[in-house]
Design a protein around this ligand. Structure first.
Ligand SMILES: [Zn+2]
Length: 326
């Protein structure tokens, strides 16, 4: 789970740099303030002396003598605060300013990743997914089913596009919920503009937020990358290994790519590898499962028919409806 080893190492280096910067700035600030208020230096060294003396006295059981020292220390602390305030500073200015106070920019608390570190990893996963911006607009919280019509369709056993879409979104929620414990795959069919990509985006966001890598590619792009890797004609954008092993691969708009014998075998190889590795795949397409048999191959068809859950979306082009409604 998570990002690649090299990205992880890079993040650790960033944390080192972040911490170093906080400490450097802190030292610079302290030096500047001490130059401005030289009395601070003597106060601080006297406070340090007193602390040592008091510790020694505690060990020797001389509690009575300690109280005088405590008084002196208290007065010095007050004087220190006064001097700082007069010069327009506060105690905070003499502390390092970390981006995350919890882990002091180390990224770890008691050997465990701090929440800030987890957020950084999720942010990197978003970057890798290709769909960072779109997920801000298209996710379960912005999903609006009222664009689907509610009139029953005889050819759908009386179900309406609305009830079909509702089921699809409910299934998507279920997919997200059982992501860790299942190896479900989805085959989402529907005409252009019926919300397939939107549904994929909803799922992608939830899986990324769980901290799993998601790669989102249009079929055109996917086959371009696979061809590039196979024929060495392009610099490697994504290795086959990335595509075969990421926890969720979303292939959008299957069928829009230029099909040939290479795409047929590359596609089989990709989905088959992912099945063998128990990695989730979501395919969205305008094609029916019968067309998959014709356009790709019997073995692609049988893998999908056997191992994928089918989700259908119906309705008019929702993007047009939205535009009309402004
Ligand atoms: Zn932290």
């Amino acid at each position: 789970m998570g990002i690649s080893g090299s990205a992880y190492q890079q993040l650790l280096r960033e944390y080192d740099a972040r911490q170093l910067k906080a400490v450097r700035e802190y030292r610079y600030r302290v030096k500047k303030i001490e130059e401005e208020i030289p009395e601070l230096v003597s106060i601080d060294s006297r406070i340090a002396e007193l602390s040592v003396d008091m510790a020694v006295m505690r060990i020797r059981g001389k509690e009575f003598d300690r109280s005088a020292l405590e008084e002196e220390k208290k007065a010095l602390v007050l004087r220190r605060r006064e001097l700082l305030e007069q010069a327009g500073y506060s105690e905070q200015d003499l502390q390092p300013r970390y981006q995350c106070e919890k882990c002091r920019d180390t990224g770890f608390i008691d050997g465990r990743e701090c929440s800030c570190f987890r957020s950084e990893i999720i942010s990197l996963l978003y970057d890798q997914s290709n769909i960072r911006e779109i997920l801000e607009r298209e996710n379960f919280s912005t999903c609006d089913l009222r664009y689907y019509r509610k009139d029953p369709l005889p050819e759908e056993n009386g179900e309406s596009p609305f009830s079909i879409a509702k089921k699809a979104f409910e299934y998507a929620v279920d997919f997200v919920k059982h992501f860790e414990s299942s190896s479900d795959n989805l085959f989402i069919t529907g005409a252009t503009g019926t919300g397939k990509t939107f549904l994929c985006n909803c799922i992608a966001k939830e899986i990324l937020d769980k901290g799993y890598p998601v790669i989102y590619l249009s079929a055109v792009k996917l086959f371009g990358i696979l061809a590039g890797n196979a024929f060495g004609s392009r610099s490697q954008e994504r290795s086959d290994e990335d595509l075969f092993s990421c926890d969720l691969l979303i292939i959008d708009d299957l069928g829009t790519e230029y099909a040939n014998s290479f795409t047929q075998s590359a596609f089989f190889n990709c989905i088959n590898e992912r099945l063998l590795r128990h990695k989730h795949t979501i395919i969205s397409t305008n094609l029916s499962i019968e067309q998959i048999r014709t356009n790709y191959s019997e073995r692609v068809f049988s893998r999908i028919a056997e191992k994928y859950k089918f989700i259908k979306l119906l309705g008019e082009d929702i993007r047009i409806i939205r535009k009309l409604e402004g």
